[in-house]
Design a protein around this ligand. Structure first.
Ligand code: ZN
Ligand code: ZN
Length: 216
């Protein structure tokens, strides 16, 4: 199993390649499906089976619909973020610090990068599990950033954390946007409790990160 990070304009998304199939975690901005086609062409593979969306923000699900249309992969999201996804929305919750500078730009960003309404195929809750070839996938509900934010754990070792943890600068817990600030440290605790994690893959910044580094 191999993790190929795809660096979009705003976020990172990940193609996870197993012998018996592939999955995508997040889907970048609308239009960034092109970055994925390039990777798939280089691999000579087209067996994408699932598109896991860690949360309903435009830089994480923008291209999901286009990718589903071409590959037939099913879009998976936590039920608490499904309505925002289906509405093409980007709920920021409350913003702090530098996030305040970005909030007024959101309508503009939505006009430029507005994700199409994206009804998911599979709605999940905490603990949902999937098998793709030899890979085992587990969805861990890690809310706070958005109500339905999730971490996808592959083979018990690789955790795709979305925007719960950021790799921008020194790795840190989300500090700009949250639906529920008090949930963020609890969600990190939830990851700390998972035995065997080897790498974290954040939605922004440096990747991968060692498991649960000193987070501030
Ligand atoms: Zn993000
Ligand atoms: Zn986000």
């Amino acid at each position: 199993m191999k993790v190929l990070p795809i660096r979009g304009k705003m976020s990172l998304f990940y193609l996870v390649v197993g012998e018996g199939g592939m999955i995508l975690v997040d889907a970048g901005l609308a239009g960034e499906e092109r970055l994925l086609w390039r990777q798939m062409q280089a691999l000579g593979r087209d067996d994408l089976q699932f598109i896991f969306i860690t949360h309903a923000h435009l830089d994480h699900y923008g291209a999901a619909l286009a990718i589903r249309a071409k590959t037939g992969a099913r879009i998976v999201v936590h039920e608490a973020d499904a309505a925002a996804l289906a509405g093409g929305e980007t709920p920021l919750g409350t913003v702090r610090s530098r996030g305040r500078l970005v909030r007024p730009l959101l309508p503009l960003a939505e006009r430029w990068f507005g994700p199409p309404p994206t009804p998911a195929d599979v709605l999940v809750q905490d603990g949902a599990s999937f098998a793709v070839g030899e890979m085992s996938l587990q969805v861990v509900h890690t809310p706070g950033h958005t109500p339905g934010s999730c971490t996808v754990v592959v083979n018990g070792e690789h955790a795709f954390v979305g925007d719960l943890i950021s790799g921008l600068g020194r790795p840190h817990i989300q500090r700009y946007y949250a639906h529920d600030w008090a949930q963020l440290p609890l969600s990190v605790q939830c990851l700390r409790a998972l035995p065997g994690l080897r790498w974290l893959y954040p939605g922004h910044g440096r990747t991968p990160l060692p498991p649960l580094p000193e987070l501030r």
